[in-house]
Ligand binder design. Structure first.
Ligand SMILES: NC(=O)c1ccc[n+]([C@@H]2O[C@H](COP(=O)([O-])OP(=O)(O)OC[C@H]3O[C@@H](n4cnc5c(N)ncnc54)[C@H](OP(=O)(O)O)[C@@H]3O)[C@@H](O)[C@H]2O)c1
Length: 252
């Protein structure tokens, strides 16, 4: 079993719904003090209130990852409230189902600015503080099966997630000497808000037929990988890994 996270501080971006909200809960249950960040402050506040315990506080922060000033403010506010950040779950993301010929500049920028630029500057801000603090850390970038595989009408999304996988490797190499392990968790299809409409429609039915075991995952299917990658001891030698948790989808 991965070690407990008592006394450690975790920052989860995109914690207002889906996987981020779930990850925040899993980390809090393992003992971490969790900062929940997202644009929809009321949502993260409600969740932080539910997770907050006197011995293991949780707190909510407004953070739009496409805004670098906003990232710095949220990270500084987290450290002031909870202490130095030990764990980053770089999870905020958007998807866009479109044919390539229909992608506008604004569509392109939204996906890239959120999934790649936002993830880069959030990791940079927290990584810089981890290096200065000399305490090491764990960064888990939430990439995707789309980092490796072409998924229909998800060109910009897949491009952003492929680049996120490369970012993971570059940060792992540059920051390993500071005891900061940077890995990517690459889920397959997990039922959340990001794909609820798609999975409920005709496209979803076709997708299910193609999946290795004709099923999508649930957020809890990622818990084992998440807890492994944030653990201090068990992940000591895991750095720069792109860990697929997708029921074998990437192999098909
Ligand atoms: N579900 C899947 O099948 C699946 C598979 C592979 C990878 N992923 C990845 O997992 C991550 C979470 O997705 P999900 O499935 O949980 O979808 P979701 O329920 O739509 O959650 C996306 C989260 O990202 C946040 N977000 C979006 N834009 C943001 C911004 N500019 N700044 C800060 N936060 C922002 C949203 O919060 P606000 O709107 O409140 O800001 C929300 O909390 C994404 O990176 C996604 O690509 C998901």
């Amino acid at each position: 079993m991965p070690d407990r996270l008592d006394g450690r501080v975790a920052f989860v971006s995109g914690a207002s719904s889906g996987l981020g909200a779930h990850f925040a809960e899993v980390l809090a249950d393992a003992g971490a003090r969790v900062a929940l960040a997202a644009r929809r402050l009321e949502r993260v506040e409600a969740l932080a209130k539910r997770l907050n315990l006197p011995e293991r506080p949780a707190a909510a922060f407004a953070c739009d990852v496409t805004n670098i000033v906003n990232i710095r403010q949220a990270v500084a506010a987290t450290e002031a409230a909870l202490g130095p950040i030990d764990i980053l779950i770089n999870n905020a993301g958007v998807s866009a189902t479109q044919k390539i010929v229909d992608v506008s500049e604004a569509d392109y920028d939204l996906v890239m600015d959120t999934n790649l630029k936002g993830a880069f500057f959030l990791a940079q801000e927290i990584g810089r503080r981890m290096i200065e603090g000399g305490r090491g850390g764990r960064i888990v970038n939430i990439a995707s099966v789309a980092s490796f595989k072409v998924l229909g009408q998800l060109a910009t999304y897949g491009m952003s997630k492929a680049a996120l996988a490369q970012m993971t490797k570059a940060m792992a190499v540059e920051w390993g000497r500071h005891e900061i392990n940077v890995n990517a968790l690459c889920p397959g299809y997990i039922g959340t808000e990001i794909n609820a409409d798609f999975l409920a429609g005709e496209g979803g039915k076709k997708l299910l037929a193609k999946l290795p075991r004709h099923r999508v995952g649930e957020p809890r299917d990622l818990d084992g990988a998440l807890l492994l990658l944030v653990s201090g001891e068990e992940s000591r030698f895991i750095n720069g890994a792109l860990l697929s948790v997708d029921d074998g989808l990437v192999l098909t």
